[in-house]
Design a protein around this ligand. Structure first.
Ligand code: ATP
Length: 134
């Protein structure tokens, strides 16, 4: 089975390095499925799950947006934050979700803090969903 190298990197360092059969990710333009030998491209990612198909199973990573770069033998994801499913602290994500919901409830008027709270809420929900897939 052909494979492609995948690296997920954040400002804190590498989060994931492996050879996989397929990368599935959610770009702003829609779902991407990347197989070995894919044409080179760069795409911005949503706050979403990246799925990495490997022989016996699938690895899941929560990414807070970022950039996906594809070369024929290497896929690189650069994200502000990214966590492999097993490393997600669900209690922390649930608390972050509650804080963000509270802020959105307290702050009905449209302002910059609502945008921040909305993004924090999406990151927290994404982490909870990814942690449940592992
Ligand atoms: P919180 O309010 O809980 O800090 P956040 O969405 O503001 O959540 P980020 O700024 O996206 O957090 O991430 C800061 C750092 O903490 C990153 O290294 C990220 O990987 C890590 N992180 C955030 N939430 C979790 C979590 N639930 N489990 C594990 N690591 C997390």
């Amino acid at each position: 089975m052909k494979t492609v190298k995948v690296s997920v990197v954040t400002p804190d360092g590498p989060v994931y390095d492996s050879d996989v059969e397929m990368v599935s990710a959610k770009a702003a333009s829609g779902e991407l499925g990347i197989l070995p030998g894919h044409i080179p491209m760069v795409a911005p990612l949503e706050i979403s799950a990246v799925r990495l198909k490997k022989g016996s199973g699938t690895d899941f990573i929560a990414v807070s947006g970022g950039l996906l770069e594809v070369r024929p033998d290497q896929v690189t994801i650069l994200a502000q934050s990214a966590e492999v499913a097993d490393e997600i602290d669900v209690d922390r994500a649930v608390k972050a979700k509650e804080r963000a919901e509270q802020r959105l409830n307290d702050n009905k008027k449209e302002n910059i803090d609502n945008v921040r709270a909305e993004l924090a809420l999406r990151r927290a929900i994404n982490r909870i969903n990814v942690a449940n897939k592992k």
